[in-house]
Design a protein around this ligand. Structure first.
Ligand SMILES: Cc1cc2ncn([C@H]3O[C@H](COP(=O)(O)O)[C@@H](O)[C@H]3O)c2cc1C
Ligand SMILES: O=C(O)c1cccnc1
Length: 336
């Protein structure tokens, strides 16, 4: 396999062999945190976050100086069923907007000093309608997964994966329903703003897709019910794990893609934070299944990586305090 997977089983083997955090660094970062000039615990979750970053980066002084935002775009055959408030052409139009610097994610990436890359995946050929057959065949799935895999800059110290794909809240709902069961309506939301009739269509489409691919879990659920941009996000998240680069998950769609790795191997997302919880009702449910507590709760329902990009600021705050603050001894402050 070398270190670039060629088959679904290679991906599974790679996840199983992937490194965990450095326990000595976690201990050292915890010890340092205890010496910093503040009452114990006064920085709340920022303290846990900084120690967690230290574990993945292998240091008691973690950093977030070279964040990378990668946005993947894909088109979905299922849009023909009327599951989005916007036409499928918007996917390609937004890719141009990303390249021109005009989207929300451009502003947020720039604000937090992140390199931003955009990868459009075969937009002229939508994936198959998942109610008719698998969204992707195995070769198509691997190609998309590896686009994500190859998109990760090994020199980055924090990764955000974002997406653009009209119809993809329907794919994400189908993936989530396949992985975690429940009622199809539990996983369906208004996405770009469909009305009640649209919501009914989405629910029926999700139920039909999951019935069509009954029993699909993990990477198979991603291949049969997902889309190229979801597969690419999963590929980038898996690659980041092999490089021990921490990842900030974005909204419902990103989290659904990531959940397929978790479904293959619980623990596959140990290097991932939940950047925010979106307004899509399936998102908090999905985060609950993954055991992830979101950093931000702002009612965003955009995608693109926007909520995760905002959370870069929180991570930067956490590591700035952990790595830059003086200890009680250094500052000559009485430690009580
Ligand atoms: C102009 C525009 C910019 C966006 N940026 C992200 N999305 C978001 O909306 C889409 C998912 O919603 P649905 O499943 O209802 O189509 C995805 O492209 C997602 O990234 C956008 C949607 C629009 C219209
Ligand atoms: O949660 C998300 O990422 C989301 C929700 C609605 C539309 N687009 C994205």
């Amino acid at each position: 396999m070398a270190d670039r997977p060629q088959t679904l089983n290679d991906i599974r083997a790679l996840l199983a062999a992937a490194p965990g955090p450095d326990s000595a660094a976690i201990a050292a970062a915890g010890a340092r945190n205890g010496q910093l000039t503040k009452p114990p615990g006064a920085l709340g979750r920022l303290e846990d976050l900084a120690i967690w970053m230290g574990g993945w980066q292998g240091t008691d002084k973690p950093h977030a100086d070279a964040p990378q935002v990668v946005v993947f775009a894909g088109n979905h055959g299922v849009t023909a069923q009327g599951v989005s408030a916007f036409p499928a052409e918007v996917t390609a139009q937004m890719v141009l907007n990303f390249r021109a610097g005009g989207a929300a994610i451009n502003q947020l990436s720039r604000l937090f000093g992140a390199r931003m890359d955009v990868h459009a995946l075969d937009l002229d050929t939508p994936t198959a309608d998942f109610t008719q057959g698998p969204a992707m065949d195995e070769a198509g799935f691997l190609h998309a997964f590896l686009t994500g895999w190859d998109a990760v800059d090994p020199a980055s110290d924090l990764l955000v994966t974002g997406e653009m794909g009209i119809g993809n809240t329907t794919s994400a709902a189908a993936v989530a329903h396949a992985l975690f069961g429940g009622d199809p309506a539990d996983w369906v939301g208004r996405g770009t703003g469909v009305d009640d009739a649209g919501l009914g269509v989405k629910t029926r489409v999700v139920a039909a897709g999951v019935a069509r691919h009954a029993g699909a879990t993990g990477l198979e659920a991603l291949r049969c019910l997902g889309g190229r941009e979801l597969a690419a996000m999963a590929g980038a998240i898996a690659r980041a794990r092999t490089l021990r680069i921490p990842v900030i998950l974005d909204g419902f769609i990103c989290t659904a893609a990531a959940a397929c790795l978790h479904s293959e191997l619980p623990g596959a997302l140990d290097h991932c934070l939940a950047g925010h919880v979106s307004a899509e009702p399936g998102h908090p449910r999905l985060l609950g299944h993954l055991g992830k507590e979101p950093l931000l709760h702002l009612g965003l329902r955009l995608g693109e990586g926007s909520g995760a990009a905002l959370a870069i600021g929180v991570v930067k705050g956490a590591v700035a305090c952990q790595s830059g603050m003086a200890t009680f001894a250094e500052a000559g402050v009485s430690d009580g």
